[in-house]
Design a protein around this ligand. Sequence first.
Ligand code: G6P
Length: 609
Amino acid sequence: MCGIVGYTGKNLAVPYLIDGLSKLEYRGYDSAGVAVMENGRISVTKKSGRLSVLEKELAKHEQSTATVGIGHTRWATHGRPSDENAHPHLSENCLFAVVHNGIIENYAALKEQLESEGIHFSSQTDTEVISQLLEKNYDGSFLSSVQKTLPMLEGAYALAVLCRDEPDTVICAKKASPLVLGKSEEGIFAASDVTAVLKHTRDVYKLSDGETAVCRGASLSFYSADGKPVQKSCEHITWSAEDAQKGGYDHFMLKEIFEQPAAFAATVNQHITGGKLSFENLPLSKDEIGKLDRIVITACGSAYHTGIVGKYIFESLTRIPTEVDIASEFRYRDPILTENTLVIIISQSGETADTLAALRLAKEKGARVLSIVNVVGSTIANESDGVIYTAAGPEIAVATTKAYSTQLAVLYLLCGHFAFERGLMDADGLSRYLLELQSIPKKINEVLEANRERAKELAKLFVPLDHAYYIGRGLDFAAATEGSLKMKEISYIHSEAYAAGELKHGTISLVEKGTLIVALACHEPLFAKTMSNIREVVSRGARILAVTTDRHKDEMKDFDFVLTVPETLLPFCASLEVVVLQLLAYYASLYRGCDIDKPRNLAKSVTVE
Ligand code: G6P
């Protein structure tokens, strides 16, 4: 996610801004920039690449004497990483400069309107609409221009703004994205998180949604959403800088598990307006979607596991034969692809070597390639015929959680779109489907709240184990593959996922008294079948840790341990149960004393074959 800093006070602004941005580097970024008030104008310096590139650029000019400024590290979402798309963004007449973290969901409509009024944009970002609106709404008061602009913005934002006419002031505002303000005798420090402020002060104010902060010299005042002054009390931070990066969580993985509701919502909401779906970069017309005779999903690791979910839902909802293959296998198996085959490439990093090779092979063979990628401007995104971005933000823990969840979110969106375009889902059906999809973030939250403590307790069962098994049918099996991988990669316990109905053809011979089996039973139409398979292993002495939906809680009460998740439409059930499995893996790894965020032998981005 993007990082924001701001400073007003008696010291030089640039050194603080750069130091603050360096503390936010862990959030991930592809470009950086600063804007300072200098000689009666706003001076902007911004560069694609690392912070050091920006520093070199700044060093080419005389040292800035400015004492007021804003800065930003950008994680691209709208518009590729480039100098023009880097923040800060100036308004057309250079009256305002803005840095922004979040996504303005209605930016396309706002931009169209502003352009029709003759306003020229110089970037492809959603953020630039904010600076242009501020200038359009300007009536001689910086604060009132901000207060008029904020209600026009839908989506999430943390903002820091400069105005040429009030050179001693930075105004900050937030909705859904974090923003803190630190106050010391040296001045006011604004930042996306306390890490960037701790060096200067441990007394911080957390801005609430809808609030505005006016920083002027060393004074700080707050306003409510309706423009009334508000008093806020300051919080004394006792965490270390490293703790602060993790937002108070013990590990990045846990933080990212808890970020899933927001990441899922951001991914889905980008494409749903007024109950309708839209994709900017889908390389297929309605006619071409109708003609598709096959979908091939290929990816590595957890991204491959989302493809398994994809196979089940695409076949059942769109009736397009769908296969899923591990990229390192696909690339060497001389696959049969035609112009009516859609190859879906899934990758968080957009750089995985085998996945990239699979993409190139698919294109060479004449298939249409659509990628689902988290990193904007990555090689896979660039080389695909079309790309849909996940809005997971940077994922630091090697074991993926929120990237996996957001990849599923995109598959659900695509599946609904294809089913509708192929006439297999009517407008009412699609709107029910999308409504439920938009309720998944809330349900993931419920899963987290209801299961965290119990999962923490039950994870103790795994600690002494050498082996664990995950079983399920249909979408439960798909979720089991990911749950099992999570357990093995971070806790180093050997674990395998099996299709529950296949157990009796071999694996059941491994089941003995005390064997722990994680049994998933959320795929409603297959519930009774899965129950039979669970009984088969129970009668051979297995202990069961079951994950099922609320309605089946009682039927499962005879099993050893039961965790429940809310009901949802069948296609989305894996998104809820997998969260329980992530928690089990996280706590098992914690109890075993493993390096949760950086498991041995693993890398976040695998750019070798
Ligand atoms: C590594 C990561 C996994 C990831 C896989 C594919 O193994 O540890 O979390 O699923 O690579 O990476 P990608 O960036 O292509 O999604």
